[in-house]
Design a protein around this ligand. Structure first.
Ligand code: NAD
Length: 478
């Protein structure tokens, strides 16, 4: 069993009051992955003290030095890819293939942001008196990073990478579901030469996250997680500091009457049941044209039944366990809600016997737009089929939730696809691709209740703006 600690000002230490929590393997509930500090506001306060002190040193580091650290951290992770994949499977419940994808992606993110360290520039403007006005982009100071469990390396790397590239100190509060992988990312940065004052790690749950968001010395809070927690973070940050929020989704795939149904089935099954349905951009609704609805539902249900569920370390496993007890409860609750609301459970929806949070993916037919399973984020392998009589109705149904993260369409008609892209109220639109999955070189973020929409992650122009603040300097010749 791993004995985890917080990192504060370069010192690994337990919570001040000694509280801890344990994380177990969701595929083998008797296997304890590790024990970690359950941090309180006092621990967060100490971490912010250390970050305030460490921020000046890191802000003074050259862009080359910042980039070198991120590059070296990337190499450290790559050299340990195999054990990291196993740890990720055991801690979160991914399959080996899903874990390998994440472990390979994270160093690439760090390299991408290492490049950004060199690209922080300002503007210059001529002034009437022969002088000049120029702008400086300076680090914000202390960045708080609060992250979910479903990509415990990848999502933090998309926050800590650019924050450090810009010269900020970071206080990192990872999910209590995946504390070990969070610690590995911090170890990589330290091994890469990051001064310990530039990164603090505070384990724990909502209590620690709320304390971090509320600390006025934290100039910018970057959060990914549920819309409910995101709203609390946003309220705590207030108008004088900045928040970047990426939150929940209820992502639809529209399938038109001209679609290749075999291809549509592959796209839907991958989007809905990849990561055991626990991707923010995962598909949770299919809106099928009347002409193809019944055949598509049948094909998707058969494909779902053919998926192999098991321990992600096993060969040929398509779906690992759900990540935690609360995920299992939510899955079973929503299956029950769907049945009570009158939707037709076509397949799955039950827990599998055995020592782990294993379930058969659920496919519902006859789902009406006002049912909770059509509107609320479930974040598990539950797919709701809705029927549309034409394109306009399909677009309206697709847009008919409070969320706006990712939306897909399967069609051979490019004109319709482009029209869907224009009319879709979502931050990502996928044509003939699963709703999940995105490139690190492309802006990422949702609309409506899925995001604050102010600063996108990944490669949009606002990505580094979030981690820097702009100052205008006026100079006259005398
Ligand atoms: P969560 O909201 O429960 O927790 C996310 C993080 O916030 C955790 O570190 C948690 O400890 C912390 N937290 C919880 N309550 C808090 C509070 N009041 N104040 C401050 N911090 C608080 O989410 P989760 O279960 O870890 O992750 C699943 C959710 O994340 C889903 O809703 C999913 O859609 C979303 N998600 C979104 C994206 C995206 O990019 N849009 C990506 C991955 C996951």
């Amino acid at each position: 069993m791993h004995e985890g600690l917080n990192l504060v000002g370069g010192e690994w230490r337990p919570a001040a009051d000694g509280r801890t929590f344990r994380r177990h393997d969701p595929a083998e509930l008797g296997e304890i992955v590790g024990e970690f500090p359950e941090s309180s506001a006092a621990d967060v306060g100490a971490a912010v003290d250390a970050a305030v002190e460490g921020a000046a040193q890191w802000a003074a580091a050259s862009p080359e030095k910042r980039a070198d650290v991120l590059e070296a951290a990337a190499r450290w992770l790559e050299e340990r890819a195999d054990p990291l994949v196993v740890e990720l499977v055991r801690e979160e419940g991914k399959t080996r293939a899903e874990a390998a994808m994440e472990v390979s992606r994270t160093p690439r993110n760090l390299r991408f942001y290492a490049g950004e360290a060199h690209r922080i520039t300002g503007q210059s403007h001529p002034a009437g008196d022969g002088g000049i006005v120029y702008t400086r982009r300076e680090p914000v100071g202390v960045v708080g990073a609060i992250t979910p469990w479903n990509f415990p390396l990848n999502i933090p790397s998309r926050k800590i990478g650019p924050a450090l590239a810009a010269g900020n100190a970071v206080v990192f509060k990872p999910s209590p579901v995946t504390p070990l992988l969070a610690q590995r990312l911090v170890e990589a940065l330290l091994a890469g030469g990051l001064p310990p004052g530039a990164i603090s790690l505070v384990h724990g749950g909502a209590e620690a996250g709320a304390a971090l968001a509320a600390d006025e010395r934290v100039g910018a809070v970057t959060f990914t997680g549920s819309t409910r927690a995101g709203r609390a973070v946003h309220a705590a940050v207030g108008p004088s500091r900045r928040a970047q929020l990426e939150m929940g989704g209820k992502n639809p795939v529209v399938v038109l009457d001209d679609a290749d149904l075999e291809r549509a089935t592959q796209i839907i099954v991958k989007g809905a049941f990849g990561l055991s349905g626990q991707a923010c951009t995962g598909t949770s609704r299919v809106i099928a044209h009347d002409a193809v609805h019944d055949e598509l539902l049948e094909r998707v249900a058969r494909a779902a039944e053919a998926l192999t569920v098991g321990n992600g370390l096993g060969d040929g496993v398509d779906l690992g366990p759900l990540a935690a007890d609360f995920q299992l409860e939510k899955f079973l609750d929503y299956v029950r809600i769907g049945e009570e609301e009158g939707a037709e459970l076509v397949t799955g929806g039950r827990r599998l016997p055995g020592d782990g949070y294993f379930v058969r993916p659920a496919v519902f037919g006859a789902v009406a737009p006002d049912m909770r399973i059509a509107r609320e984020e479930i974040f598990g392998p539950v797919l709701a089929f809705q029927r549309a009589s034409g394109f306009d109705e399909a677009v309206a149904l697709a847009n008919g939730t409070d969320y706006g993260l990712s939306a897909g369409i399967v069609t051979r008609d490019t004109g319709r696809a482009l029209e869907f892209a224009r009319r879709s109220v979502s931050g990502l639109v996928k044509v003939n691709q699963p709703t999940s999955g995105m490139a690190m070189t492309v802006p990422f973020g949702g609309l409506k209740e899925s995001s604050t929409q102010t600063f996108k992650e990944q490669a949009g122009p606002s990505m580094m703006l979030f981690y820097t603040q702009e100052k205008s300097v006026y100079i006259s010749p005398r």
